[in-house]
Design a protein around this ligand. Structure first.
Ligand code: C2E
Ligand code: MG
Ligand code: MG
Length: 653
């Protein structure tokens, strides 16, 4: 059966009658030729037999022939108009009825138009019916059944009539006609086989073509359209929306922390998650929308025809994006794990100015990046200002490479204090003193350095510098009780920590600078610890053996579980400033801070609060048992000389 909507030139081999739809088409296509032959030969036969057969009988025969022919012509038109998209079996049956009618009328000529004693006119009937039957082999070759429906009723009566005749040679002629019938049936079977073979070849060819076409335009993991198809559809959508003056939107979706899941639970879990995400998207976009996968954990949805009022469309898009956000944030059950992930979504509307598909995609990508920067699990519309931010990022990327060599990097130090206000340590914070743009914050360039790999050079430089500095401060204050220089913390980036020889490098720096490792603290972030827990645990073990202190920075923002914490050689936890900032207004943050303090105590770890700015925050922390702090309340990060003056004033050199 032909599928609804299938193109007429695509064969389908399904059902009990292979290629029935295509064969029905072949049969109907040759119908005009067959019907012309019927009418012409019928008319000649009627004319020729007029002299030997009564007029009413001839009229009755020819009239019936014309009526059947007209009905078959009607069928032909019906099929041409509706048959391609309708049930092929139905049309095939109608064709059989038509062909049977035609066969019967030819067969009837053996009795109705067959004069008793006129061998010449008798022969003429046999000649015409035989000719029609031979011709039918070509027009009915696509179906052996249809051919039999014609041949048997057409030739059967002629053969029988000849057999009944009591004339010389009539028996032999009857037998030879029977032989003729058998021969053309055999010939017809052969041509039917040829037709089936060629249909089969065409079918396979088209199947291969369709598969290749699908492969070239779809992502093999999720079966969603790939980038190529997405761009093509987006181009079409942009020109359609220009033509019809409506607005549409592109959602750029990225799964937050997908890499962590992939690295910690394995690629098969990662793949399953992506497939599940794709499925949820596929099920929930409208028929006219497109959900595609760009690669990795990036998905794009084109929302078409949203309306023509900017504000209403923006609101509608926001609602749809929120719906998708909720949908993707539902827990996933994969290989025995319950995963909670969230998406970051960037939105670009179109058509705006003359932005093409690539441009619109880029805008939505920039908006998504901004959403990530704003703390993940957020939705952001593209604004031109973001483009500038992206440009800034590119500039930073280019200039960052040589910044160390040009001497534009500088270390700042932020004191850490105890409850009595005494300095118990400091954190090294990197600053980029850009010749044109002034002081650039590490929040702006560390992520770029991390992406491009420049962080390895930067990080090594920071470690070297910080350790030499630490060495000179500890030496200068040695024996100056009550003040000797305490610990200096240095931030370590994930890429740096993942280097195979990271511990060796630390050991070399310690050796070169001669620093006492007891005074050095490395700050690792939560996310990087669980990425590869085995490797992490081993490295932390080695570092702790060297005598270096280890802290988890920005604690509470990542994914670590108690289980991880108990496995690692850790000394300190730094409560992230986002929680401290909310004290005492936000109850939830208070609870988190309290919980972290209790947990650290129970695990025998030191705890320090970051971003302490007010007396109220300090009081709260003190009350709950956190006695070490870092924040503007005590001091901002200071350049080297100023920091030196700061701790000298406390009693150091
Ligand atoms: P972090 O390690 O969590 O550093 C603390 C950040 O909080 C610093 O920002 C510091 O200036 C800021 N801060 C300290 N006290 C307060 C306060 O009371 N209120 C507020 N609002 N902020 C406070 P900074 O220096 O901009 O550094 C940002 C981040 O850049 C750092 O966060 C760290 O993750 C990264 N970073 C800085 N230097 C380095 C480095 O040498 N290597 C690496 N890998 N990352 C670095
Ligand atoms: Mg830090
Ligand atoms: Mg921090």
């Amino acid at each position: 059966m032909r599928h609804v909507g299938a193109a007429p030139d695509q064969p389908t081999a399904d059902g009990a009658h292979p290629f029935l739809a295509d064969r029905a088409t072949l049969l109907y296509d040759s119908l005009p030729l067959a019907l012309t032959a019927v009418v012409v030969n019928g008319a000649i036969l009627a004319l020729v037999q007029r002299s030997v057969i009564s007029q009413p009988l001839i009229s009755l025969w020819f009239g019936t022939l014309l009526a059947i022919t007209l009905l078959r012509l009607g069928l032909y038109h019906g099929f041409r108009h509706r048959g391609y998209t309708a049930d092929a079996t139905h049309w095939f049956k109608l064709f059989l009825i038509g062909v049977l009618g035609s066969g019967l009328i030819w067969g009837s000529s053996a009795y109705l138009l067959f004069p008793q004693d006129d061998p010449a006119h008798q022969l003429f009937v046999i000649f015409v019916v035989g000719g029609m039957s031979a011709g039918a082999v070509t027009t009915l070759a696509a179906s052996f059944l249809a051919l039999l429906f014609f041949l048997l009723p057409a030739m059967g009566p002629v053969i029988f009539r000849l057999y009944q005749l009591d004339a010389p040679l009539s028996d032999i002629m009857s037998a030879m006609l029977l032989l003729f019938l058998i021969m053309i049936s055999i010939a017809a079977r052969r041509s039917r086989t040829l037709i089936m073979e060629s249909l089969q070849r065409r079918y396979q060819h088209q199947r291969t073509e369709a598969a290749m076409e699908h492969q070239a335009h779809h992502d093999s993991l999720t079966e969603l359209p790939n980038r190529r198809l997405l761009v093509r559809r987006l181009e079409q959508e942009i020109s359609r929306s220009r033509r019809h003056r409506y607005l549409a939107a592109v959602l750029f979706i990225d799964i937050d922390r997908f890499k962590t899941i992939n690295d910690s639970l394995g690629h098969s879990v990662g793949d399953c998650l992506l497939r599940e995400v794709a499925l949820r998207l596929k099920r929930n976009v409208r028929e006219e929308d497109t959900a595609a996968r760009l690669g990795g954990d990036e998905f794009v949805i084109i929302l078409s025809e949203l309306g023509n009022n900017d504000t209403l469309v923006a609101r509608k898009t926001q609602r749809l994006a929120e719906k998708i956000e909720n949908l993707l944030s539902e827990p996933y059950e994969i290989e025995g794990h319950t995963l909670h992930v969230t998406p970051s979504i960037g939105i670009a509307m179109f058509p705006i100015d003359d932005a093409d598909a690539e441009e619109v995609l880029k805008q939505s990508d920039i908006a998504m990046y901004r959403a990530k920067q704003l703390g993940r699990n957020t939705i952001q519309f593209y604004l031109p200002a973001m483009q500038q931010a992206a440009k800034k990022r590119l500039d930073i990327e280019n200039e960052l490479r040589d910044a160390v060599e040009r001497g534009e990097m500088e270390l700042y130090f932020q004191p850490q204090a105890d409850a009595g206000g005494r300095m118990v340590g400091a954190e090294t914070l990197l600053r980029w003193n850009h010749p044109q743009r002034g002081m650039i914050s590490p929040a702006d360039f560390i992520p770029v350095a991390e992406d491009t790999g420049t962080i390895l050079i930067l990080g090594e430089w920071v470690l070297q510098r910080a350790c030499s500095q630490l060495k000179s401060w500890t030496e200068a204050t040695a024996g100056q009780a009550p003040f000797t220089f305490p610990t200096l913390a240095v931030n370590v980036s994930p890429k740096q920590f993942r280097q195979q020889d990271f511990c060796q490098r630390i050991q070399n720096i310690i050796k070169q600078t001669g620093v006492d490792p007891q005074h050095l603290e490395l700050e690792l972030t939560e996310g990087m610890l669980i990425e590869n827990i085995e490797d992490t645990a081993e490295k932390m073990e080695q570092l702790a053996d060297l005598g270096v202190r280890l802290a988890i920075d920005d604690f509470g923002t990542g994914y670590s579980s108690l289980h991880y914490l108990t496995r690692l050689r850790l000394h300190r936890i730094k409560i992230d400033q986002s929680f401290v900032r909310d004290i005492p207004q936000v109850r939830r943050s208070e609870v988190i801070v309290e919980t972290i303090i209790i947990m650290a105590k129970n695990l025998g770890l030191d705890v320090i609060a970051e971003g302490v700015e007010t007396q109220a925050q300090l009081d709260f922390l003190k009350q709950r048992g956190c006695y070490t702090y870092q924040g503007y309340y005590f001091s901002k990060p200071l350049p080297r000389e100023e920091f030196q003056r700061y701790f000298s004033s406390l009693g150091g050199t």
